[in-house]
Write a protein that binds this ligand. Structure first.
Ligand code: HSE
Length: 306
C-alpha cells in the first residue's frame, strides 16, 4: 500500500462541562486527506481550498506528527500529503486536530498498522500542541476513537470511550470569524475556586452518567460550565441570543471547543431541524455571516475512502 485517502471528521471538545477532557466526533464537516509514500525523505504538504494554513512542515500540525512517527519507525522515506480542507481553521470544531489525527492514522496505515489508537493520539498530540500552545487530546480522541470520549489523564495518557446515544443530533452555529485556540486559552485564569470546581466535576460526572443511562434530563442539566465559558463569552458573538433561541428545542448549548462556534445538542433529528430554524432566524438578522451545520454523532471517527 503506497497511498491512502481518508475522511477525517470534525469534533466538539469540552461540551461545556469537561474542559480539555470531554469531546465527541461529528458526522460532518470532514476533511479529505490523501497521504502517499514519497521515495525521498521529508514531507510535501498541499492544502487545497484554504490559503491561511502554512504548508511548511515545521509549522503545519502534520509536521511534528509525521516526523515523530518517521523517527520511531526508522523510515528512510517521506510522505506527500494533500488535504482538502472542509473544516474551517479557527472555527472551534477541531480543524487542527483533524489534520494531526489524520496524519497519524494515515502513516500508521501505510506502514503496517503497528500502533494502537492510544499511541496514535499520543503522536497526534504533538501536532495539536503547536496549534494551541498546550497539550490536550479532547478533540483528537473522538476523531481517532469515534463517538464520545473522556481523557481521564494526560500523563500517562488514559482515554475512555463513552457510549453514544443514537438519538443525539447537534447544531453547530459557526460565525465566520477565526478565533485561534492559543488566543482563546490565553485569557483563561488558571486559578479556580474550590466551590466552582465542585460544581464542575459534579456536572462532568452527571454528563458521563447520562450517556450510560440515556437520561436526557440529566444530560441537559449537566451541560453547564461555571469556570471556562463565563471567561470566554466575550469572544463569542451573540452567544446568549443563539443559546436562548436554541433552548426551546435543544437539550443544551455551549461554546464548541475554544470557539467561536456554538454547539446545541438535541434529542432527535426533528428537534435539531427546529433548533436550526430558530437559530437561523437570529443569525439572518446579524451583519456577521454564519454557517449552520446539522450533524449526527459520528461513532466511527476517521474513515478510509480509498
Ligand atoms: N479544550 C480545548 C480548549 C479545545 O477549549 O481550549 C480547543 O481545541
Amino acid at each position: 500500500m503506497k497511498k491512502i485517502t481518508i475522511s477525517v471528521p470534525s469534533s466538539v471538545a469540552n461540551v461545556s462541562c469537561g474542559f480539555d477532557v470531554l469531546g465527541f466526533c461529528l458526522d460532518k464537516p470532514c476533511d479529505e486527506m490523501t497521504v502517499e509514500i514519497k521515495k525521498t525523505k521529508g514531507l510535501e504538504i498541499k492544502i487545497i481550498n484554504e490559503k491561511s494554513i502554512t504548508t511548511d512542515p515545521k509549522n503545519n500540525v502534520c509536521g511534528p506528527v509525521a516526523f515523530a512517527m518517521i523517527k520511531k519507525l526508522n523510515l528512510n522515506h517521506g510522505f506527500h500529503i494533500t488535504i482538502i480542507k472542509k473544516i474551517k481553521p479557527g472555527s472551534g470544531i477541531g480543524s487542527s486536530a483533524a489534520s494531526a489525527a489524520g496524519m497519524a492514522f494515515a502513516i500508521n496505515y501505510l506502514t503496517g498498522n503497528t500502533f494502537s489508537k492510544l499511541e496514535l493520539v499520543k503522536f497526534a498530540m504533538l501536532g495539536e500542541e503547536i496549534a494551541s500552545g498546550a497539550k490536550h487530546a479532547d478533540n483528537l480522541s473522538p476523531v481517532i476513537f469515534g463517538g464520545f470520549t473522556l481523557v481521564r489523564s494526560l500523563n500517562p495518557l488514559n482515554i475512555i470511550s463513552l457510549p453514544t446515544i443514537e438519538e443525539l443530533y447537534v447544531i453547530i452555529t459557526h460565525p465566520l470569524i477565526e478565533l485561534k485556540t492559543k488566543d482563546s486559552r490565553q485569557i483563561i485564569n488558571k486559578q479556580i475556586s474550590l466551590e466552582k470546581a465542585i460544581q464542575q466535576w459534579g456536572n462532568l460526572g452527571g454528563f458521563v452518567a447520562s450517556l450510560y443511562t440515556k437520561d436526557y434530563e440529566l444530560l441537559s442539566k449537566s451541560i453547564d460550565d461555571v469556570i471556562i465559558e463565563p471567561q470566554r463569552l466575550k469572544l463569542i458573538p451573540n452567544f446568549k441570543e443563539i443559546v436562548d433561541a436554541a433552548s426551546k428545542y435543544s437539550l443544551g448549548s455551549g461554546i464548541s471547543g475554544a470557539g467561536p462556534s456554538i454547539f446545541s445538542i438535541c434529542k432527535g433529528e426533528k428537534n435539531a431541524e427546529l433548533a436550526m430554524d430558530t437559530i437561523r432566524k437570529i443569525t439572518d438578522k446579524k451583519k456577521l455571516e454564519y454557517n449552520l451545520i446539522l450533524s449526527g454523532v459520528n461513532k466511527d471517527g476517521i474513515k478510509i475512502i480509498n
